[in-house]
Design a protein around this ligand. Structure first.
Ligand code: 4AZ
Length: 864
């Protein structure tokens, strides 16, 4: 009695499962049948005396046979239905396939009319090409039956190259065979050569690549397509629709066909470039070394925004180029302005180079080298000497190609291939000759390389210096000093540690004062192991050990707050302490640096308010090529403070449209000049080049008020901070934007990379820079810094530098920003350039005013 009703429920459940539509009528019938069956069975089962074995034997098997038969029939029917569905719905389901391709016509000469798709010549030739392609497809059983349409999009020289796309509707199960047949250039050509008895067109080469079907819609209703031909000796420019006054359209597909005269190549430069930020499905611009938008001929794909100084120059290998813009439904960006011109096709890029030294580069450096190039440099120095090649800049990067294989673009020396992005390196030969080869394939080009060749004496490759295994020469004092100076660390191998050094477990020698400083200097952490706290204890930043259970318990057990500052779980409403972030509603959080991190941590959202700061206008930054020049707009909060008749004297940082932060010591009276007088000063914002202060990106302001911190001590430089009010507010632009101020509890941990910028001296005692300079340096542990700088460090100071020396702020950088990239790529003002023991000396980091410690003072005077 319980058996069937429960089975009936099961069947009903089954009917409501995802296969419902198919099974309804079928199982509906069964339901009725079963009901009748059920009645019968109910009778039998319910009233059959269980002990009556005979009756069970007699009636049982018959019923089971029926049930089994019904089940089998049901299963078979379901299987059949399933198979039919699979076959018709999935296997035979039609799929749309589109291929982009081009073919070469040998027996025709190019005429100008072929450039314009509205001429009769274009129409006539298109018709012939279409016929040829159709015939070619017809003769191939994997292609012919599925061909729907072919459209000829363009022609170019050589004899005549025809560009086209073909559309197919193919059952899913035949799609792979179609792909294969379309990729088989040889068999396609054979079909036109032999199957067509009297071919009108002699087709020599044909290639086709799968494409995105959306190109069909765009080419059908395409109102955004442009054809441009370079004029001899002239620069032609073009822009995205509406540029610069309105954003380019959404859901658009635009193409620019660029042409040059035969035997010329094209140089294309994006002068301004600002499209939607890069992400999956974002707006994208592609440049092709062909008139066919196919991946194997793509030179570059670009999104985001680039500063004007970024080198966005690309070269073609022939006299055509194609630029496409595909946009999605969102975004309001201005787009681009581009320029192109033609130049003679270079005959060769190979050279023989002779002499003691010289330089050579990839073709058109620093523009992106052209695709499809092979250059050979045969270098020869005087026969008594050996030769080495020093690569100062090396960018030969192809997306997705591992540097271990270098299968696409590469430099080859003595059977070794080099590719990717590499820092400076040297390749030496033990003869007077060396051969450098460069190869670029059809797709994706990069900046290339800048190299120098030098002769050297084999018995003494680095006179008076140490020779790294890479061939680089470094000062002898750098050998075994604990700092890695050779890129392969060969200067720090096989060393005997001195008394001032300790030996790491991995054999390196490191200065003793680096022991237990919280930084893994050895690489295997052995310099930090001996000073560990006992098991189940937490090590505070001040070195104290506390039981792990006291960490994040809302009590300052360390005494410096470090056990409560870095709690992964945000504990809201902890009791407020010096180290806890205070929301506007006076509740406190246990999270480190919660301000403007993109997460609402305070219930009143106050941690995410006032966050229009610390974001650059340009999403892309140039890779540092050689020096340390900044990009325009890279540090839009940087201010240059000029004193009448002296020019640039100090730096400052913009924190709102009318307030600047700088160093108090810039405004102290000196040699009878009253630097505290605001009328003496002028602020330049959006400045990049000191010799170009009239540039339209620059905003010049007088100073209304200078407020120096009353606790500033001009002997110790403690409290070295000042705020300056501008006479009139500035306008925020691509090159003028404020930096974020860190909360009083904001932590900049030791070892963190930070940037310092300024026009200060480029060497100790040297002269100031014309172009804004930048340098990446690291936060130094406070206790260690106090030891290095003989007890001169107060809690209002933060030491930042590179202890090997060589990178530092210097005179003229004072008052300028020290900025840290925090979560969401937002930049915060960690410090103000203050003082140092000289500039860039070993073990003498620069000292900066710790802005977080003076946050309340800034607020008191600026209300920010
Ligand atoms: C200066 O005189 C100065 N190395 C600024 C920073 C440093 C040294 C000197 C740090 O303005």
């Amino acid at each position: 009695m319980n058996y069937w009703p429960s089975e009936e429920r099961k069947m009903n459940d089954y009917q409501l499962s995802p296969g419902r539509k198919l099974k309804t009528s079928d199982s509906g019938l069964k339901y009725n049948n079963r009901k009748e069956d059920m009645n019968g069975q109910e009778e039998g089962v319910e009233f059959l005396p269980t002990m009556n074995a005979k009756k069970v034997e007699k009636r049982g098997p018959k019923r089971w046979v029926v049930v089994t038969a019904v089940l089998i029939v049901f299963l078979l029917v379901s299987l059949l239905v399933g198979l039919l569905v699979w076959h018709f719905k999935y296997r035979r389901a039609p799929v749309q396939k589109v291929y982009n391709g081009h073919l070469v016509i040998l027996n025709l000469n190019f005429i100008d009319a072929y450039e314009n798709s509205s001429t009769t010549e274009f129409a006539l030739l298109s018709k012939k090409v279409k016929q040829t392609i159709k015939e070619m497809y017809k003769n191939n059983q994997d292609i012919g039956p599925y061909h729907k349409e072919t459209v000829i999009t363009a022609f170019s020289e050589g004899s005549v190259i025809a560009y086209y796309w073909s559309e197919f509707i193919v059952p899913a199960y035949r799609a792979k065979a179609l792909d294969k047949a379309m990729a088989d250039e040889q068999s396609l050509i054979q079909t036109v050569k032999y199957k067509s008895r009297n071919p009108v067109l002699q087709v020599n080469s044909i290639v086709a690549f799968p494409a995105d079907p959306s190109i069909i819609q765009s080419s059908r209703g395409n109102s955004c397509s442009f054809a441009l031909h370079a004029e001899e000796g002239e620069i032609t420019s073009f822009t995205t629709p509406g540029f610069p006054n309105s954003p380019y359209p959404n859901n658009a597909h635009c193409t620019w066909v660029l042409r040059a005269d035969v035997d010329s190549i094209i140089s294309l430069t994006f002068k301004t470039f600002d499209v939607e930020l890069c992400s999956e499905g974002s707006d994208i611009i592609r440049v092709y070394n062909s008139l066919s938008p196919v991946e194997p001929h793509e030179l570059v794909n670009l999104c985001g925004s680039y500063p004007p100084s970024y080198n966005l120059t690309f070269l073609s290998s022939q006299n055509v180029m194609l630029v496409t813009l595909i946009t999605n439904a969102e975004g309001r960006n201005p787009g681009f302005k581009a320029e192109f011109f033609q130049l003679p096709k270079p005959k060769t890029c190979s050279k023989t180079l002779k002499g003691e030294s010289g330089t050579f580069t990839t073709p058109f450096y620093p523009a992106h080298y052209p695709p499809d190039m092979d250059c050979v440099w045969n270098i020869e120095v005087p026969s008594t000497k050996n030769v080495k090649v020093h690569f100062n800049v090396f960018y030969i990067l192809e997306p997705g190609i591992p540097v271990s294989s270098c299968t696409k673009d590469y430099v080859e020396i003595s059977n070794t291939k080099y590719c990717g992005e590499r820092s400076q390196f040297v390749v030496a030969s033990n003869t007077s000759k060396i051969t450098v080869r460069f190869h670029s394939d059809q797709s994706h080009t990069d900046t290339g390389f800048l190299a120098k060749f030098l002769s050297y004496d084999s018995s003494d490759p680095c006179p008076g210096k140490f020779t790294c295994n890479t061939g680089r020469c470094i000062d002898k004092v750098m050998r075994c000093d604990g700092w890695v100076d050779c890129t392969d660390a060969s200067d720090e191998r096989s060393c005997n540690c001195t008394k001032e050094q300790f030996r790491c477990n991995n054999g390196w020698c490191k200065p003793r004062f680096w022991l237990c400083d919280g930084v893994n200097d050895c690489g295997d952490n052995s310099d930090e192991l001996q000073c560990k706290c006992p098991d189940k204890h937490f090590k505070c930043s001040n070195g104290k050990c506390i039981p792990e259970t006291q960490k994040c318990d809302s009590k300052d057990d360390c005494g410096d707050g470090s056990d409560e500052g870095t709690c992964s779980k945000v504990v809201k409403s902890v009791s407020c302490k010096d180290y806890t972030y205070k929301c506007h509603n006076s509740l406190c959080l246990s999270k480190t640096n919660p301000e403007c991190d993109g997460t609402k941590d305070c219930d009143d959202n106050s941690d995410e308010e006032s966050c229009d700061c610390g974001i650059r206008s340009y999403s892309k930054q140039t890779r540092i090529v050689g020096g340390q020049d900044s990009e325009e707009g890279e540090w839009p909060w940087q201010v240059s403070l000029h004193v009448k008749s002296q020019g640039h004297v100090c730096g400052a940082s913009l924190i709102s449209n009318k307030w600047l932060v700088s160093a108090a010591h810039c405004f102290q009276e000196e040699s009878q000049i009253r630097y505290s007088d605001p009328t003496l000063w002028t602020a330049f914002l959006g400045l990049h080049d000191q010799s170009d202060r009239t540039n339209k990106m620059v905003q010049e302001r007088s100073i209304k008020r200078i407020i120096t911190n009353p606790q500033f001590n001009d002997f110790t430089y403690d409290y070295d901070i000042a705020v300056l009010e501008l006479q009139s507010p500035v306008k925020f632009t691509a090159t003028v934007r404020p930096i974020c101020l860190p909360d009083a509890t904001h932590d900049f941990p030791a070892g963190k990379e930070i940037w310092v910028t300024g026009w200060g001296a480029t060497s100790e005692g040297g002269i100031g820079a014309t172009i804004l300079q930048k340098a990446a340096i690291r936060v130094i542990n406070q206790t260690m810094c106090n030891t290095l700088l003989t007890d001169q460090i107060t809690s209002r100071m933060i030491c930042v530098g590179i202890l090997t020396g060589g990178i530092d702020a210097c005179q003229g950088d004072s008052g300028g920003p020290l900025v840290s990239v925090e979560s969401n790529n937002r930049l915060f003002l960690a410090g103000v350039v203050s003082w140092g023991d000289g500039c860039a000396r070993r073990n003498k980091p620069g000292v900066y005013t710790r802005v977080s410690k003076l946050r309340d003072w800034i607020k008191q005077h600026t209300s920010l």
